[in-house]
Design a protein around this ligand. Structure first.
Ligand code: ADP
Ligand code: MG
Length: 733
């Protein structure tokens, strides 16, 4: 058996497991070895039934029987009940309000039960029961239950007549429907036992491992799946985190080096020149905006293509920075040419945003003798129109392509329609990507393809992320942060709302709606949870909430629904109706368009706020920042625990999204950190991002290595490891 052997060569795999493995993207032995536990349960918490006591939080393995769905005698609460047996005793299980659980586990199945023990007052008759009823008054209340095929080693031995107690930490793996932690555990152990680890090759140079006291790959793989103690687990995770961040840094730094070898357009415009443009705006630019513009102008003069990320909260005025720097480009002539201009491409993620941006650009640039155009999936436009030079006109795609190619269009705005091969520029000098996180890496790359020279690239985003994450995933970009909002905006009033104050809050909102304002309601889910799904998240859904509000609360208003499963055209229709005021309340999942401008929407309700990260909450409330009316954000929570109150206080007082992103990173458990997939970073690496020192070390080592040996010719193992990572990426993109 080899690392890249398919798992089937290891053991027979049943259909449900095959499906689950596919979902978890596990194909080979190596994939499984890299499927890391999310946490470790201590075997100490694995117990026999005979030893249980009230208040214990434990894991018990046993056989289940007497499964029943019933109703409480007096309370009328529906519940599921069952009995669990091992060699040392019996115990009752009760699932309040979850009667269906009793139907999901077959009678007599071997199960793993994890939960807390409650006790009811013992009935007198209990004393007369057999010794097997060691704990008659104890019961599991709403425990997690999982069917298993066998009891884990080291536990089973002692539980079911085996010998010796093991003190290993038992790993708990990310599961998927059809596959359990136990299955994963056993198969990983089988792979390790096969001796295959002797053939793994460590891609990280030994001197680096030594310098940072990191275990070798082989040791780390054993440590992560079968740690003898906590230190092992920690050391292993640290190593894998370092490895990942180090590799990402190598990739990014390499790209950066390649990029900087390219020739670009030298655009030499000073601040005084740009002032002729900026002074036409009805407001003074913020210091942050001016700094960003100066930085970009400086990059433009270097002759090397710029690659810069502009991060700024919603409403921080990124468009004005993009437009002012675009002005520098379209007022520059191509080299050795005394006519025409250099060209700008501006890509936005949706038709609504692209169209909105095209209209803004007409306002900004209409006083100049240039042509602008818009390209989206549904058509093309050009400004100025020949017939009416104050407005735009529809043109054919072919006409547009011709004008872009011969250089007559100075600014082309569009959706991803902009990156089709047929769209060719004559002198594309500056490419701007708005809401860049909405595009895939390949789409971003496609926009800056080389014509003769490489265009300068400005990527813009409002997604607040912690500094360590930015340093890692944007290691190939220079960073500018707009850390200042334009003055005079009324800050959003943010109010946490406890369940008992829900109705009163609806009445406040009704007043706003009656005054002609509009409202967003954000829910954590699209649909009601599938009642057959075990432990499905109980949270409000967009569809059901919209129905409930229409029937019970806001009968007099139009309510729309929006979520990711709608077709794009449908989404745009709903947004359009909301924008036009035909819909008063938009109930939506968190997909609601970032950056869409509906100034009349001044209220946002966020349901189930516990389920969102603070930076995500901050972004959501940014939807109502665009108005001169006072904006409100009501944060509905299902509980008001100390932690919730503390988090929501941070939300109320934080100055910007970046502060909140740091807070999220620090205070939410690493497993809870939202979006590791979104960033293309594993959970283990996400954990590492809490450690600025480690990220900086990985970055420094990557830089040093590439400076000494740009092609990594002395590090063939590292080279092939990077190549394999890349293949993986392309495969899953
Ligand atoms: P974002 O950074 O979210 O893209 P926009 O560029 O859309 O923000 O700007 C939001 C609003 O703020 C726009 O209406 C814009 O005209 C306005 N704005 C931008 N800069 C300033 C400024 N310095 N002072 C006042 N208003 C500004
Ligand atoms: Mg914007």
């Amino acid at each position: 058996m080899k690392l890249d052997s398919p798992l089937e060569t290891l053991s027979r795999i049943a259909e449900p497991e095959r499906k689950a493995l596919k979902k978890l993207r596990i194909k080979t032995a190596e994939d499984l070895l890299y499927h890391f536990p999310t946490r470790y349960g201590d075997v100490a918490e694995m117990r026999t039934i005979g030893s249980l006591q009230q208040g214990d939080a434990v894991v018990v393995f046993g056989r289940i029987s007497k499964l029943k769905a019933s109703k409480g005698f007096r309370t009328k609460i529906t519940m599921g009940t069952a009995e669990l047996v091992d060699d040392t005793g019996k115990i009752q299980i009760v699932w309040f309000n979850q009667p269906y659980i009793a139907k999901m586990i077959p009678e007599g199945a071997l199960v793993r039960v994890e939960g807390k023990l409650s006790a009811r007052r013992a009935k007198p008759s209990d004393a007369t029961r057999s010794p097997l009823h060691a704990t008659p008054s104890l019961y599991f209340s709403n425990p997690k239950i999982e069917k298993v095929t066998s009891v884990p080693q080291g536990v089973g031995d002692s539980l079911f007549g085996g010998e010796g107690e093991s003190h290993h930490l038992h790993p708990v793996y990310p599961e998927s429907r059809g596959i359990t932690t136990n299955w994963l555990f056993h198969h990983v152990q089988k792979i390790i036992a096969s001796g295959i680890l002797d053939s793994v090759i460590d891609p990280i140079p030994p001197e680096i491992l030594e310098k940072y006291h990191l275990p070798t790959l082989k040791t780390a793989l054993i440590f992560i799946h079968a740690p003898q103690n906590k230190d092992h687990a920690v050391a292993a995770r640290k190593r894998f985190a370092f490895e990942e961040v180090f590799c990402i840094q190598l990739e990014k730094q390499k790209e950066r080096k390649l990029w900087q070898k390219e020739k670009s357009f030298t655009i030499d415009k000073g601040e005084e020149h740009i002032e002729m443009f900026t002074k036409r705006f009805p407001f003074p630019f913020t210091n942050a905006q001016n700094r960003a513009i100066s930085g970009i102008l400086e990059d433009f003069r270097k002759g090397v293509p710029m690659a810069r990320l502009l991060e700024g909260d919603v409403g921080s005025g990124k468009t004005a920075v993009a437009a002012s720097t675009a002005y520098a480009v379209i007022t520059s002539r191509p080299k050795d040419q005394n006519y025409g201009t250099l060209q700008v491409a501006y890509m936005a993620p949706t038709e609504i945003l692209a169209t909105q941006q095209f209209e803004s650009f007409i306002e900004y640039f209409k006083h100049l003798p240039i042509n602008m155009a818009l390209i989206t999936g549904s058509g093309c436009r050009k400004f100025p129109s020949k017939v009416d030079p104050s407005g735009w006109t529809d043109i054919s795609r072919n006409q547009l392509l011709k004008w872009v190619k011969n250089g007559e269009i100075a600014i082309l705005v569009g959706t991803h329609a902009l990156i089709q091969k047929s769209v060719q520029f004559k002198h594309l000098a500056f490419a701007i990507i708005d809401e860049q996180h909405r595009f895939g890496v390949n789409q971003r790359k496609a926009l800056v393809h080389k014509e003769i020279r490489m265009p300068h690239l400005l990527s813009m985003t409002a997604t607040p992320i912690p500094r360590t994450l930015a340093l890692t995933i944007y290691g190939d970009l220079d960073l500018t942060v707009l850390d200042e909002l334009p003055p005079g905006r009324k800050p959003i009033i943010t109010e946490p709302v406890a369940p008992k104050d829900r109705d009163a809050t609806y009445e406040k909102i009704r007043k706003e709606l009656q005054a002609g304002r509009q409202c967003y309601i954000i829910t954590p889910r699209i649909d009601e949870p599938d009642p057959d799904k075990e432990f499905a998240v109980q949270a409000r859904s967009a569809k059901a909430e919209a129905k409930r509000l229409k029937e019970k609360v806001f009968q007099e208003f139009e309510i729309g629904v929006m979520h990711s499963k709608l077709k794009d055209t449908e989404k745009e229709r709903v947004m359009e109706e909301f924008k036009d005021g035909k819909i008063h309340i938009l109930v939506s999942t968190s997909v609601v368009e970032v950056g869409v401008n509906v100034p009349n929407a001044t209220v946002i309700i966020i349901e189930g706020a516990e389920r969102f990260g603070l930076s995500q909450l901050h972004q959501l409330r940014g939807r109502v920042l665009r108005s001169s009316h006072q904006a409100y954000c009501y944060v509905f929570t299902e509980s008001m625990g100390a932690k919730t109150i503390e988090r929501l206080h941070a939300l109320k007082t934080a100055k910007n999204g970046f502060e909140l992103a740091e807070y999220d990173l620090k205070f939410r458990g690493a497993g809870e950190l939202s979006g590791s997939q979104q960033w293309g970073v594993s959970d283990v690496a996400m954990e590492a991002l809490q450690n600025l020192k480690m990220v900086e070390a990985a970055r420094a080592e990557a830089k040093r290595l590439l400076e000494e040996d740009e092609s990594l010719s002395h590090y063939p193992l590292l080279q092939s490891h990077l190549a394999a990572r890349k293949k993986e990426e392309i495969h899953f993109e």
